[in-house]
Ligand binder design. Sequence first.
Ligand SMILES: Cc1cc2nc3c(=O)[nH]c(=O)nc-3n(C[C@H](O)[C@H](O)[C@H](O)COP(=O)(O)OP(=O)(O)OC[C@H]3O[C@@H](n4cnc5c(N)ncnc54)[C@H](O)[C@@H]3O)c2cc1C
Length: 384
Amino acid sequence: MSVRNLSQNLAEHIVIVGGGAIGLASAWALCEKGVRVTVLEAGKAGEGALWASGGMLAAGFETCFELDPAHPLAASYADFLGRSLRLWGDWAPTLQARSGQALGYDSQGSVTPAFTRAEMDRLDQAEALAKRFGIQATRVSGEALAHLEPALAKSRCALTFPHDGQLDNRALGRVLSDAVRSRGGEVVQQRRVTGLDRSAGQVRGVVLETGERLAADAVILATGAERFADMPAFATMTPVKGQMIRFESSDLAAPKRVVRGLSIYLAAKSGGRLIAGASSEPGERAQETDPDTLERLKTAACAAMPALAGRPVVESWAGLRPFSSDAMPIVGEAEPGLYLALGAYRNGVLTAPGMAELLLQALGADPRTDLAKAFSPERPGLKA
Ligand SMILES: Cc1cc2nc3c(=O)[nH]c(=O)nc-3n(C[C@H](O)[C@H](O)[C@H](O)COP(=O)(O)OP(=O)(O)OC[C@H]3O[C@@H](n4cnc5c(N)ncnc54)[C@H](O)[C@@H]3O)c2cc1C
C-alpha cells in the first residue's frame, strides 16, 4: 500500500539497504514523515551488530572515556551522543506504544568504578572532559558506591553518569520492524542487495542477488560493517569485532545501573540476563568467539561483581562494529540518489535516532543543522 508523502521535499519511495539499528531507525523516521519505505535485509532484520550489542545508551561514559578529545569532530560527536540520548526519551515510549512490545528502556544511569590508582587517574581525566563537554557526572566515594551498587566489588571511588541508560537491543529490531510495518513500510528479509542501478548520473534503484531490480527515488546504504561492492571508497568500513558473554543471574541482586568499568562492562537485562563485554578487535571479520577472550571477559566480570564467581557462562557471541576511516559516523548524500548512514561504530544503538534525524535532514525533510554538516560525506578527513 502506498503511503502519501507528507513532506514535499522528500522522495516518494526510498529503499534502505540493511535492516539493522540504523536502517530500521531511519525507516521508521521516514515512515513517520509519510514516505514509502522498503528495507531490504540480507539476513534477519535486527540480527546484525544490533543483536550482538550491549544495548547501552551511554552518552556520558562514551564522551568522557572513549572519545578522543583531540579529534576535530570531538565536540560535534559529544553533542551528537547527547542529542541521541535525549531523542531516546521520546522514541522509546512512542515505539513501545506503536509496536505494543516492551523495549526494556531504562534511564537509571551508568557508573564507572575505579579499582586501582591508575583507574582513579582516568576518572580525573574523565571528570575534566565532562566539564569541557557539558556532561553531568558525579564523583562518589567507594563507600557511597557500595550503598548505590552493593553487588560490585569494593572500589576506591566511582564516576556516575545519571542520564545514561540502556534498552533491550534484541527487542529493538523487532520493535522497529513492527513499527515500520504499522506505518505501511516494508521490511523484507533474506534479500541481499548486490549493486546499485544507475542511469543518467543518478542512482535509481538496487540490484538484488537474485538479479531482480527494485526502482527507488533514493537509496540509503545502512549496511553496517559488511562489505558492499558499490560502496564509495571513502565510506569503506573496517569491522571492529566485539565478543560478549552472558551469565544467568535471576537469583542474584544485579547492579541497577549499567556498569561501565574500565576493563569490563556489565548490564542487567530483563529475564535475569546479565551480559558482560566486550572485546575490541579491529579488522577481524570472522564472527566466531574464542576461548581465551571469553575467559578474559569472565575473569574481569567476576572481579567487578564477586557473586558471579563460579557461575557458568550460558551464552557467548560476537558482532562487528562499523568503523569509518576517521572514526566518525557518515550520514548524507554521496551522489545523486544515493545516501549513506554508516559508521556508528561503538554507539549505533545509542545514536540510531540521531542518525535517522541527520538522514532526514540530508534528504531535505528538515532544515540542515550543524551536526548534519559535521557528519556529512563531504567533510574533509574521510580517506578513500
Ligand atoms: C559486541 C558489541 C557491543 C556493542 N554495544 C553497544 C552498546 O552497548 N551501545 C551502542 O550504542 N552500540 C553498541 N554496539 C555498536 C552497535 O551495535 C552498532 O553501532 C550498530 O548496530 C550499527 O548499526 P548498523 O545498522 O550500522 O549495523 P547492523 O546493526 O550490523 O545492521 C546492518 C544490517 O545490514 C545488513 N546488510 C549488510 N549488507 C547488506 C546487503 N548487501 N544487502 C542487504 N542487507 C545487508 C546486515 O545483514 C545487517 O542486518 C556494539 C557492537 C558490538 C559488536
